[in-house]
Design a protein around this ligand. Structure first.
Ligand SMILES: Cc1ncc(COP(=O)(O)O)c(C=O)c1O
Length: 461
């Protein structure tokens, strides 16, 4: 039972949230007659709301909290750093933690990705990578190379440059006209291959697009190792190897957007390592600090950095807080945890258990596909499993926002019910989770999806 004080505090926070806080990507009107979920505490794989309700954080707080919640040692690393040097910028100056972190990232990253440009988050990292690609080509005598090829339904961030790479019409339309130069090709959702296309055609589509645009106008291709939006879309065998060849053929840079897919999410430090390809640039954020502090980074190859290291050349770009000492100290402590506590091994060992749990839900008629890699998996929900018929917009609205999102949360599971592509449920638990935690997820997923099947009149065959 809540005490009177708690009830008053709870009511006051709700009122203040509704009056003053602007939630991101949120229909604020939805909270006119219901509570804003207010999360107050976290420990391991769980978080608690301000009423004391406990939830399994099956989304790692938006694909971020890789080592789990409540690590006092990581928090302490930030506090210690704040006491020693609260802040100094990376504009012209360095400080020890940014240097140490850059060197450590370079040692972990594949190949000659040795130069680290810090940012405050993922969108800034993508924005920076796109600007880096443009300026690199200008410095190396190809000033018309400015376009970026990305994939349909991919999410690369919301700043105007990154948004031109983002391939989700609903996110782009309110802000048109966007920064010019973003062009798109099909993604690798092999459950729904575009008509007439084979898996092998998917990489070729990138080559065709570059040729159509004119190779001397294309700066970069940006791809996630596993595409988040659309529901954990994995690459077919050989996809990235062929994309690498195509990029080399046309002197186009390959940017691996690993804002989600690095720091163990796929069982490797970097997603590119899982699929065996060598990017020119990696963009990262989220798990770099396990979100104990905001941070992102662009990791560039020696070849990319070289023209910027001579004479008066300067990458004309920066953010005051990027490489913040406290965030860098937290990132170093986070990498210690990942290394010392065998986090990558835990993902490799238990990925099959997570997958088996999700596969076991295939007997529920609404579950059409199960896909993903590492601790980054999705269920695609369908109206008819045999025909793969999907839900129309109104049905998807009823299914996801009218039922699933709220019901999963009410039953104690935070995960993502999303329809930026076809309707999916995404799970992305902290990388410390194992079979017991997957069973906890299943205990909510199964009855909720069964009820969703019934409500949407999906019948098994
Ligand atoms: C692949 C990818 N790129 C970029 C971003 C943007 O990152 P942020 O929200 O930190 O700006 C995200 C966010 O989820 C992402 O998943």
């Amino acid at each position: 039972m809540a005490t009177t004080d708690e009830t008053v505090r709870h009511g006051a926070l709700q009122e203040l949230a509704k009056r003053h806080l602007w939630l991101h990507f949120t229909r604020m009107g939805a909270y006119a007659d219901q509570d804003v979920p207010i999360i107050v505490r976290g420990e391991g794989c769980h978080v608690w709301d301000e009423r004391g309700n406990r939830y399994f954080d099956g989304l790692s707080a938006l694909f971020c909290v890789n080592i789990g919640h409540g690590r006092a040692d990581v928090a302490q690393a930030g506090a210690d750093q704040a006491r020693e040097l609260g802040f100094f910028t990376n504009w012209s100056y360095a400080h020890p933690r940014a240097i140490e972190l850059a060197a450590r990232i370079a040692a972990l990253a594949p190949g000659d990705l040795n130069r680290v440009f810090f940012t405050s988050g993922g969108g800034e990292a993508v924005e920076s990578a796109l600007k880096l690609a443009r300026q690199y080509h200008k410095l190396t005598g190809k000033p018309n190379k400015t376009k970026v090829v990305a994939r349909e339904i991919a999410y690369h961030g919301t700043t105007l440059g990154a948004l031109s790479a983002t391939g989700i019409p609903g996110l782009r339309e309110p802000f048109e006209p966007l920064t010019p130069g973003g062009v798109h090709v099909p993604n690798t959702n092999t459950y729904r291959l575009p008509p007439g296309m084979t898996e092998a055609d998917l990489a070729e589509a990138i080559g065709h697009r570059i040729e159509f645009e004119g190779p001397d106008t294309v700066a970069a291709v940006i791809l996630e190792p596993v595409q988040n939006a659309g529901g954990c879309i994995t690459p077919p065998d050989g996809y990235f190897q062929r994309v690498r060849e195509i990029c080399d053929e046309h002197d186009v840079l390959l940017i691996s957007d690993e804002v989600i897919c690095s720091w163990g999410r796929l069982g490797e430090w970097f997603g590119a390592q899982r699929y065996g390809y060598q990017p020119d640039i990696v963009t990262t954020a989220k798990g770099i600090t396990s979100a104990y502090a905001p941070m992102g980074a662009v990791i560039a190859s020696d070849r990319l950095a070289e023209p910027f290291l001579e004479g008066t050349a300067t990458f004309m770009h920066g953010f005051t807080f990027a490489g913040h000492p406290m965030a860098a100290a937290v990132a170093l402590a986070n990498l210690d945890v990942i290394e010392n506590e065998g986090i990558l091994d835990n993902v490799r060992t238990h990925e099959p258990d997570l997958r088996a749990m999700l596969e076991s839900l295939r007997d529920i008629p609404i579950v059409g596909d199960v896909r993903g890699a590492g601790y980054f998996q999705a269920l695609e929900l369908v109206k008819d499993r045999e025909t793969k018929e999907t839900f129309d917009d109104a049905e998807s609205e009823t299914l996801l926002r009218g039922f699933l999102s709220g019901e999963l949360f009410r039953r104690g599971l935070i995960c993502r019910a999303d329809d930026r592509g076809d309707p999916v449920i995404q799970v992305s638990p902290p990388l410390i989770a194992g079979p017991a935690e997957f069973a906890e997820m299943e205990s909510v997923l199964r009855p909720t999806l069964e009820e969703a099947s019934d409500r949407m009149h999906v019948r098994g065959r």
